[in-house]
Design a protein around this ligand. Sequence first.
Ligand SMILES: Nc1ncnc2c1ncn2[C@@H]1O[C@H](COP(=O)(O)OP(=O)(O)OP(=O)(O)O)[C@@H](O)[C@H]1O
Ligand SMILES: [Mg+2]
Length: 280
Amino acid sequence: MSKKKYPVKIKMKENEKPLSESDSGTMLVLENLTKNFGNFKAVDDVSLTVNKGEIFGFLGPNGAGKTTTIKMIAGLLKPDNGRIDINGYDLVKYPRNCKQETGYIPDRPYLFEKLTGFEFLQFIASLYNLAPETFNKNTAHYLNLFDLEDWRHHLIESYSHGMRQKLIISSVFMLELPFIVVDEPMVGLDPKSARIVKELFKSHAAKGTAVFMSTHSLEIAEELCDRIGIILNGKLCASGDLAHLQQEAKLEHSDLEEIFLELTGAYELQEIIAALRPTK
Ligand SMILES: Nc1ncnc2c1ncn2[C@@H]1O[C@H](COP(=O)(O)OP(=O)(O)OP(=O)(O)O)[C@@H](O)[C@H]1O
Ligand SMILES: [Mg+2]
């Protein structure tokens, strides 16, 4: 008589919970997220959600709290208060699950200088247990797409800023993850690469990937983002699609630049511009 094999009780590793419990349309939930540096509140009670397949743009003036928020979502900074859920996993309770679902593209491409580009991609692929056939297919695709093919066996120390940025972007897209968090993706990219990156975000979102993106480019935000959140002095001061932001700003037919300037209180800008203009 054969032994009864099922149902099998799957032994979960520490910090894991079954994927079926996280099956909803929401990818990211931030709830009352707060981060202090000493007495200074860099992120102050921020709550928002990002849905699967959605590109969410995170805008705000310099020092508003965008990178601090993104570093908390990527698991690099610990919040002082509030909650982060990624695909149904609480980041504090299930950090490993959250990190397995998340690709992080930082604002500055710090990389291991003594690895070659290809070795870096292999290293990232091994962290995420990427299947070898997916790795081979995707590295060939992205290295070719970003004109890095001839540089794959050169040390990263010989790469320019833009090449490093393209290598990190390739490393995240090759993983085919459900969630990408990205801080200023287009800085340092040439126009062709920037165009490619925009298309990659759009095509991955169309396949269900959620993207949380900070940017100072209002043109990129308007073109790519389904919804936008504006952060000012650590507080989320508005969030929604363009029509909603127009209502919030009471600027019904205005573009994102006018809305952004209105909501972030750049009232004195006209005076500054006038003062800077050469007098005849
Ligand atoms: N490690 C830190 N220690 C102390 N203060 C910090 C630290 N990191 C960030 N801050 C402060 O927190 C605030 C938010 O910084 P953050 O980098 O999140 O801004 P940002 O919105 O990303 O700005 P930018 O558009 O210039 O990139 C700033 O006032 C910054 O000086
Ligand atoms: Mg920043």
